[in-house]
Design a protein around this ligand. Structure first.
Ligand SMILES: Cc1ncc(COP(=O)(O)O)c(C=O)c1O
Length: 448
């Protein structure tokens, strides 16, 4: 038994909660007792029993205001009746076939109809797969192997996307002064790190310099315009200009990761930011709460996945890709996430962040909510947040964020462990006002 196990055991005091008992059982059969690093926090998370709208009920019967929404994948909250009905009807007809279904045409058309720049789409099962297939597409189109991404950004678990994801102060610059290509997983092949160029999100001039030196090696640049792990600051117009200029000059493909950000505009985040990427990776909300991913883009780019003329440039497949349950749930979700719903939710989020930041200032608290529209992330500083490094060096540190997360949970709000969150359409000002009040109380408590 490790020290951490002993600490956890001492925290799991009798009388043991139902969630505590579930976690103890889990530890016997699941390494770490939890299936996802992101859904574990000490001593153990509450286990979910059911959800309804923006509330989730745990095994103890406690109701939590859900701002995690399964890591931003449930735009309408839990058990949204049209989605439940769509899944039930699709399931009654069979859950998966070795044949195409009309449902895949339906969701493809629904997404393409929203975003004029996206002409074709192929579905897969997760955001990780979407980013991976987009990168493979970029490599096949350009005949190059290297990929650039921004320091600290999370794009799923594909090898190259885990490089430069959690570099630490002191070890984050390489010998040439560029952000180091630091692997995350032990055993990552050295060739993967060598083929991944890391860019500083908050420094467009330095990005331009790195891209001038390394651009002709690159197949693609992967960019999330509101990367949550970087700090959830929108990509600046200067940064977008530098990236687009390098792509045009050196024949690099621009891959927008909209696995989270698609929700920011009816026609996707690239439309909101005024960018025309070569490929867009989608996931999360497009599956209506079921596993989903997709690569979309102009038909000329998407042709790389066309298998009908013999061997395709990239084989984009998968046993459960485009299964009719996900397709049906996605269609019901997007139908209810129309332009009016997008606008209402974004303005609720803007009001919420502004009101909370004003309340932090009025209370003299060193804290801020970053984000845009309905997405937000708490930082325990009043200094400007520019990038991954300005988040990683906040003096209050990760321990204070963990304390905020725990204290919010005790009051009745579920955020992600790094204190980010997303509003869902069942929420109104009543819920966001409640959350503003809790955030002020909890930040005061933790930073006192
Ligand atoms: C921006 C971004 N890209 C890709 C992914 C990977 O998606 P998935 O977890 O569905 O594999 C995530 C997941 O959180 C993400 O936030």
């Amino acid at each position: 038994m490790t020290d951490a196990d002993r600490r956890n055991d001492s925290l799991l005091d009798a009388p043991i909660s139902r969630s505590g008992a579930a976690f103890q059982r889990a530890r016997a059969v699941i390494p770490g007792g939890s299936m996802r690093p992101s859904s574990w926090f000490p001593p153990h998370p509450p286990y979910a029993a059911r959800g309804e709208g923006c509330w989730v009920t745990d095994l103890e019967g406690r109701r939590l205001l859900d701002c995690s929404n399964n890591f931003f994948s449930l735009i309408h909250g839990h058990a949204f009746p049209p989605v439940v009905k769509a899944i039930q009807e699709a399931a009654a007809l069979g859950t998966a076939f070795g044949l195409p279904t009309p449902q895949e045409n339906g969701l493809a058309e629904a997404i393409i109809a929203r975003a004029p720049h996206l002409e074709q789409i192929r579905f897969c099962n997760s955001g990780t797969e979407a980013v991976m297939f987009a990168i493979k597409g970029a490599r096949a189109i350009t005949g190059r192997s290297a990929i650039a991404k921004f320091e600290g950004a999370y794009h799923g678990a594909y090898d190259h996307m885990e490089i430069g994801y959690e570099s630490a102060p002191g070890a984050w610059d390489g010998p040439d002064g560029d952000p180091a290509s630091t692997p995350y997983a032990r055993g990552t092949p050295a060739a993967v790190a060598a083929d991944t160029v890391i860019l500083p999100y908050g420094d467009p001039a330095r990005c331009a310099d790195i891209l001038r030196r390394k651009g002709t090696r690159l197949a693609g640049i992967v960019l999330d315009p509101l990367a949550s792990r970087i700090g959830m600051m929108p990509a600046s117009p200067e940064l977008l200009a530098v990236v687009q200029e390098a792509c045009a000059r050196d024949g690099i493909l621009l891959i927008f990761d909209e696995v989270i950000a698609f929700r920011m505009h009816h026609a996707g985040a690239h439309t909101l930011f005024g960018v025309t990427p070569d490929l867009v990776a989608l996931g999360k909300i497009i599956g209506g709460g079921l596993p989903a991913g997709a690569v979309a883009g102009p038909a000329a780019r998407m042709a790389i996945y066309d298998h009908t003329g013999g061997r395709p440039g990239v084989a984009l497949g998968g046993t459960f890709s485009a299964n009719p349950l996900t397709m049906a749930a996605g269609m019901a979700t997007l139908a209810a996430y129309d332009t009016a719903a997008v606008a209402r939710l974004s303005s609720l989020g803007d009001d919420f962040r502004q009101a909370t930041n004003a309340a932090f200032r009025a209370a003299g608290l060193k804290a801020q909510l970053a984000g845009m529209g309905a997405l937000f992330r708490l930082h325990l500083t009043d200094a400007p947040i520019r990038d991954y490094r300005s988040v990683a060096t906040i003096p209050a540190g990760k321990g204070a964020i963990a304390a905020v997360h725990a204290a919010l949970l005790a009051r009745g709000a579920l955020l992600t462990p790094n204190a980010s969150g997303a509003l869902s359409t069942p929420m109104t000002a009543a819920e966001t006002d409640l959350l503003t009040g809790w955030l002020v109380e909890v930040v005061r408590e933790v930073t006192a």
